[in-house]
Design a protein around this ligand. Sequence first.
Ligand code: NAD
Length: 362
Amino acid sequence: MKYTRRKFITTLGAGSALLMLPAIPTFSEPLFSGDKKLGVALVGLGNYATHELAPALQKTSRCYLSGIVTGTLAKAQKWKDQYNIPDKNIYNYQNFDRIADNKSIDVVYVVLPNSMHREFVIRAAKAGKHVFCEKPMALSSKECEEMIAACKKAGVRLFVGYRLHSDPFHKAAMKFRTEGDSGVIYVQSEFGFKIGDPTQWRLKKALAGGGAMMDVGIYAIQAARYCIGKEPISVTAQEYKTGYKKFAEVDETITWQMQFPGGHVSNSSTSYSVPLNNLYISTERRWFNLMPAFNYAGIKGSTNRGELNLPEVNQQAVQMDTFSKCIFDNTESDASGEEGLKDLKVIEAIYKAAKSGTKTKV
Ligand code: NAD
């Protein structure tokens, strides 16, 4: 299939979005060698895969849904019919390693509970497949390092599903510090929601690795890091609990502060009890605010100069096309395994700081 300008613009939803995506070549250049699209197999057909990733894969230009890996027979049948997936591209968790022999699957996208990311990323790498892995990349920085090493050894690429790196509003937030006076001095980032079903895996430490912090606090860490453009040196943190039974195994609400080189600071919160959804950046004379900040759609923004008028994109489709382009062109990504590792190191420092009550080095 030829990759046309029209198709490209349609994929993004609006032509003006082009201005917000730096790593995209001009139209006179080939976007990648040949007309091939990467075949993506989704592993774990839960909410995110079903309601976001599979529909997004119908809108991508450089990759397509070619296979599925599921432990549920009924889901396999439903997806097969809905997306026209051939039997030979349908796997379960046991026979997954046979994917090594399947030439129509280039990428494995791991969308399982957090505790299963490490195992399936390493198995995918051993099968010679590139990997997209959902956030948080793993339960610990040690696991992240093992996953990065396995992908390097196998010569495959590893990306983390940081969808907001593909969102025009967040690209504007990343650029804000470079566009005026002395640079960002303060970031406030908060993401939380009221979690339902008390029996779900997100509330089980063995499966989730932690609570709100691992699930959505990671976005607030990410935002502070990419708005300030530096790595935090130390953190302080405070944990609060109201639901001792529901949150017996994992964190419910945490507030934390990160100290960055050059005196920049961030103040963040995450919660499984309180809806929070805000990103505020301040310099000496300018400010930038997104609210809601972290949703799939409907992000709204303003600055000291007025309302932000930016196009809405399908974050997941742009994300997967961007990762695919990095694979085709062999270029770096700002959502690599190394980026996932950095966040896990920060999370570990935050948990340590909350427990000890003292400032902790990252
Ligand atoms: P989900 O509970 O809806 O789906 C999990 C899937 O894993 C299901 O298909 C389930 O059958 C399967 N599974 C296999 N073994 C399991 C086990 N032992 N326990 C529970 N489920 C098991 O979860 P989800 O919301 O789709 O999240 C999956 C991953 O995607 C998580 O890592 C999550 O953090 C991530 N996620 C990312 C975003 C994003 O915006 N990037 C959004 C939602 C979820």
